[in-house]
Design a protein around this ligand. Sequence first.
Ligand SMILES: NC(=O)c1ccc[n+]([C@@H]2O[C@H](COP(=O)([O-])OP(=O)(O)OC[C@H]3O[C@@H](n4cnc5c(N)ncnc54)[C@H](OP(=O)(O)O)[C@@H]3O)[C@@H](O)[C@H]2O)c1
Length: 232
Amino acid sequence: MSAGTLDGRRIAVAGAGGGLGPTVVRALAEAGAWIAAADRTDAHLDVVRDVAGDARAADLVTAEGAAEWASALGEVDGLVHLVGGWRGGNAIEDTPTEDLEFLESLLWRSVVHTTRAFAPLLKAAGERGRFALVSSSVAARPVAGNGAYAATKAAAEAWTLTFGAELAETGGTANVVVVQAIVTPQMRDENPDKAYKTFTDVDEIAEALVFLNSDAARKMNGQRLSLHPAAR
Ligand SMILES: NC(=O)c1ccc[n+]([C@@H]2O[C@H](COP(=O)([O-])OP(=O)(O)OC[C@H]3O[C@@H](n4cnc5c(N)ncnc54)[C@H](OP(=O)(O)O)[C@@H]3O)[C@@H](O)[C@H]2O)c1
């Protein structure tokens, strides 16, 4: 998408300082958006401070943290949810309760709390109101040993599609970008011989998120946009 596509938009990025966040923040800003970035600590945000209009620490797995962030920003057109993390590798019967609680908090409650806090702002934005979640292919196609991760991502997807149905009343949208795994330039540099066949590059995900926030995507609502190779 070209420069100017998102001129005048105010977009909040949750989990902006992680693996994917900096590339997304830069792509949205290059397309013209003003960016509000949030992550767990101020230090996480150093990588986006030069390009974000607002960068602040917020604990987004709590209702209070999400609400404080939203109320500090005033008008917001788009919310991009990138808060992530992983626990897994155990069969159902061996899945630690701690892992369940960690993933429920990180991947489910952070989506619930941020969308609840931003819903009035995104509804007030009318046709510009956009929410996007980055999810995993295992939510729809679970694999052994990844039950807690798959289930919490599936819950977050269902919540997002519900939000899309509600935003439709004011002309807004909510969609899910689905990947199997993410590859960063740093990962490619560290492992130049690896093909990363089933991985999706951060630039490709960022481009999709620019599109989902643009006028061109105003009729795309409640969709799962798969950016990973089809399962054979
Ligand atoms: N990486 C992949 O291969 C992959 C695959 C499928 C889907 N996804 C999804 O894609 C999205 C982006 O992935 P990613 O690799 O960029 O995620 P990530 O780096 O694991 O997480 C993004 C950021 O969220 C932060 N965060 C954690 N807890 C938080 C809290 N309570 N409040 C605010 N921020 C918090 C993380 O900090 P810490 O790192 O310090 O915890 C990190 O800076 C995530 O939703 C992820 O689930 C990723």
